[in-house]
Design a protein around this ligand. Structure first.
Ligand code: AMP
Ligand code: ZN
Length: 138
C-alpha cells in the first residue's frame, strides 16, 4: 500500500524519476542522489514498510537475496575493494526516509568514508542475560 506522502513510494513506483539499475514487481534498485561514495546504491521495496520492525520476513529475505546480485554487479563495474551494507531504523539510528531501504556503499582503499562505531564494553554475564531475554522473543 502506497503512502501518498512518502518520497520512496513515489520513487519505487516510478512517479519520481531515479537512476534505476533494476526493478521487478517487488523492488526498485537505484543510485542514491547524495552518495556517501562513488556508486552508492539503494534497494527499496515497492510496498511501504517503515523499517525493519515493520517489513515482513519474506520481503526482507527477497530483498537481501537481490542485494547479493546487485553487490556483485556493482563490484564488477565499480572495481571497489569492499562494500558496506547499511540499513537505518529510526531517527536515533540515522534514518531520514521512513520507508525501508538498504544502502549498498562501495568502499575503495583510503576513501576516508566514515561508517561505524567505537567498540564498547560488556560483561560475559550481561551478554548471556541479554541473549537469554532476546531468545525468548524469537
Ligand atoms: P537514510 O538516512 O538511511 O534514511 O537514507 C536515506 C537516503 O535516501 C539518503 O542516502 C539520501 O541521499 C537518499 N535519497 C533521498 N532522496 C532521494 C532521491 N530522490 N533519489 C535518490 N536517493 C534519495
Ligand atoms: Zn513509502
Amino acid at each position: 500500500m502506497e503512502d501518498k506522502d512518502c518520497i520512496f513510494c513515489k520513487l519505487a513506483g516510478g512517479e519520481i524519476p531515479s537512476a534505476t539499475i533494476y526493478e521487478n514487481s517487488d523492488f526498485r534498485v537505484f543510485m542514491d542522489v547524495a552518495p556517501a561514495n562513488r556508486g552508492h546504491v539503494l534497494i527499496v521495496p515497492k510496498e511501504h514498510f517503515k523499517d525493519i520492525f515493520d517489513i515482513d520476513a519474506m520481503t526482507a529475505g527477497k530483498l537481501f537475496s537481490l542485494a547479493t546480485e546487485v553487490a556483485r554487479a556493482m563490484k564488477s563495474v565499480l572495481n571497489c575493494d569492499g562494500m558496506n551494507l547499511v540499513q537505518n531504523n529510526g531517527t536515533v539510528a540515522g534514518q531520514t526516509v521512513f520507508h525501508f531501504h538498504l544502502h549498498l556503499i562501495p568502499r575503495y582503499a583510503n576513501d576516508g568514508v566514515k561508517i561505524g562505531w567505537q567498540p564498547g564494553e560488556s560483561s560475559p554475564t550481561e551478554l548471556q542475560e541479554l541473549a537469554k531475554e532476546i531468545r525468548k522473543k524469537i
